[in-house]
Design a protein around this ligand. Structure first.
Ligand SMILES: Cc1cc2nc3c(=O)[nH]c(=O)nc-3n(C[C@H](O)[C@H](O)[C@H](O)COP(=O)(O)O)c2cc1C
Length: 189
């Protein structure tokens, strides 16, 4: 199966919808169209239901995963992409039409249909950095931790924070600081 930027499995992107950005996973399974599972209550799901589009933005800055999981995008951080919007700092993006095809008590299942070509703005080589990956992982756990305060999640986040300290660069350290703040951890955690 020929795949572009979205590979089989789950690709974590920054989903831009009208005036909003949030990290979201695109689920790609063989023989199926790309999909999103959106938990109810986010701006992303509200916008997708209202406007029916999303752009998948690819970024090489780990910090934005932590940032947009908890904070809104400033107007200048978004720019037009045809009739849609994208991250101004995206390395690449894909525009999609998005429609809800199934609903459960807590989620919407969304089918994605490409609304244009993949656009590569800065071609580059993906570096392998455990600190970068740990920021993404810790950000996912943190979005759940702030709601549940589960000790199990806290432990996973602390593990990721230790990895970031060891393997991450400057932006990863800044993301760790942001995550420690939203989770209410002390500096030494
Ligand atoms: C890497 C990553 C992936 C995520 N994937 C999803 C997802 O697939 N579906 C979802 O509903 N939330 C996901 N989240 C959580 C949302 O980003 C989070 O709830 C965010 O606050 C929603 O922002 P919004 O209200 O601006 O849409 C993910 C978070 C991270 C850090």
């Amino acid at each position: 199966m020929e795949l572009g930027l979205v590979s089989e499995g789950i690709t974590e992107v920054i989903a831009v919808t009208k005036d909003n950005a949030a990290p979201i996973g695109i689920i790609q399974r063989e023989g199926q169209c790309p999909k999103l599972i959106l938990f109810k209550g986010s701006k992303t799901e509200e916008n997708i239901r209202k406007y029916g589009w999303v752009t998948a933005n690819f970024v090489s800055d780990a910090y934005v995963y932590a940032k947009y999981a908890f904070y809104d995008a400033a107007p200048e951080e978004l720019t037009k992409a045809g009739a849609f919007q994208r991250l101004s700092a995206a390395d690449a993006y894909i525009p999609y039409h998005a429609s809800v095809v199934h609903e459960t008590e807590n989620t919407y299942l969304v089918d994605l249909t490409p609304a244009g070509e993949e656009v590569i703005i800065s071609p580059g080589v993906r570096r392998v950095n455990r600190g970068f990956d740990a920021v993404v992982d810790a950000s996912v756990h943190a979005t759940r931790y702030v709601r549940t305060h589960s000790e199990e999640l806290a432990e996973r986040i602390r593990y990721d924070l230790a990895l970031i300290r060891k393997c991450g660069g400057c932006r990863e350290q800044e993301a760790a600081e942001l995550l420690r703040g939203v989770c209410g951890f002390t500096d030494t955690e």
